[in-house]
Design a protein around this ligand. Structure first.
Ligand SMILES: NC(=O)N[C@H](N)C(=O)O
Length: 275
C-alpha cells in the first residue's frame, strides 16, 4: 500500500484574481464543500485546544435527525488539548492526513501518522498533543454514542490503514474495496469510519439509497459522484455531506485510485417518534 497520498487543507485565501466559479453546493439532501473553501475565513478555534484551529465540515442541522459532526483539525507543534471533548456522551474517530499526533488514553500514548486511525469511546478521557516540529492535520468525527443495555461500550482502537488489507466488494474484480477498522457485526459500535477505494474504472453501479448518513472526504484522486439527482465532479480535498436517503453512485476518474474517508451510522434501531 506504499505511495498513498492524503490531501490536507492548509488554509489561506484564494487570490483576488481568481474567478468565483466553484463547485460548492448545498441542497436539502447533500452539500459539497470543495477543497478551496477550507480558507482562513471559516477556520474556528476551539475551547481548551492550544495552537489549534479547525474547519467544521459537518454538524447536525435540523429536525432531520443528523447524527454526526466532522472537523478537519490543524494542530501546530507544541499544541493539542488535555480536555479535547466537552461532551461526556461523545465518541470520536480521528484520522490523520498530515504530520504526527500523540493520543493518550488510560495512560498509554499512541503515535499516529498519516493513515493513522483512533476510535475513542465516550468518557475515555483521551488527550492529544503534537510533539513534532511540523503542523499535524487530521479528521475528527464526533457522534453521541447510543448506549444499549446489555451491550458494552467499545474499547479504544488504534490502527493505521496501511496495516489493513482492504476488503473487495464482490464481483468488482477488486476495483471497489473498503478498508475497515471495526468488524461490521460488532454491535458495540454504532458508527463506522472506513476508507473506500476505487481503482481507475471502478464504479458504484447503482444509486445506493439508504437510511445511513454519510460524510465523505476525498483523500486521493478524482471522480464524478452522483448525489440525489445531480452529477458532481469531486477531487482530493473535497467534502460531501449526505443526509439519510440521499441517492449516491460514482464513476472514478483515474488516472490513479479514487479514495475517501466515509462516515456511516449503523447497528441501532430507528428512533420512533421525535428526534
Ligand atoms: N457512498 C458510499 O461509498 N456508500 C457506501 N457504499 C456505503 O454506504 O457503505
Amino acid at each position: 500500500m506504499a505511495g498513498r497520498t492524503y490531501y490536507a487543507p492548509t488554509g489561506g485565501l484564494p487570490p483576488q484574481t481568481d474567478l468565483i466559479t466553484d463547485r460548492a453546493v448545498f441542497t436539502e439532501a447533500y452539500a459539497v464543500i470543495p477543497r478551496r473553501e477550507f480558507s482562513d475565513i471559516v477556520a474556528s478555534y476551539l475551547p481548551f485546544w492550544d495552537k489549534t484551529r479547525c474547519w467544521v465540515i459537518a454538524r447536525p442541522l435540523s429536525g432531520f435527525a443528523e447524527t454526526f459532526s466532522q472537523y478537519v483539525m490543524e494542530v501546530q507543534p507544541g499544541g493539542g488539548s488535555d480536555q479535547p471533548e466537552p461532551d461526556a456522551d461523545a465518541e470520536g474517530v480521528l484520522f490523520v492526513v498530515e504530520g504526527e499526533i500523540t493520543v493518550t488514553v488510560d495512560g498509554a500514548a499512541h503515535r499516529l501518522t498519516p493513515g493513522g486511525y483512533a476510535f475513542l469511546p465516550p468518557a475515555s478521557g483521551w488527550t492529544l498533543r503534537n510533539d513534532s516540529t511540523a503542523a499535524a492535520r487530521f479528521h475528527w468525527v464526533r457522534k453521541a454514542y447510543e448506549y444499549v443495555e446489555g451491550i458494552d461500550v467499545p474499547d479504544p482502537i488504534f490502527a493505521n490503514e496501511n496495516d489493513i488489507a482492504p476488503t473487495p466488494m464482490p464481483d468488482t474484480d477488486g476495483k471497489w474495496a473498503t478498508t475497515r477498522f471495526v468488524d461490521p457485526s460488532d454491535l458495540r459500535h454504532d458508527m463506522h469510519v472506513t476508507i473506500v477505494t476505487f481503482k481507475p474504472g471502478g464504479i458504484i453501479p447503482f444509486p445506493e439509497t439508504h437510511v445511513m448518513e454519510h460524510g465523505l472526504y476525498v483523500l486521493e484522486g478524482q471522480a464524478v459522484y452522483r448525489l440525489n439527482q445531480d452529477w458532481v465532479e469531486v477531487q482530493a480535498g473535497d467534502y460531501m455531506w449526505l443526509r439519510a436517503f440521499c441517492p449516491q453512485a460514482c464513476y472514478s476518474g483515474g488516472p490513479g485510485d479514487f479514495r475517501y474517508l466515509l462516515y456511516k451510522d449503523v447497528n441501532r434501531h430507528a428512533k420512533l417518534g421525535g428526534f
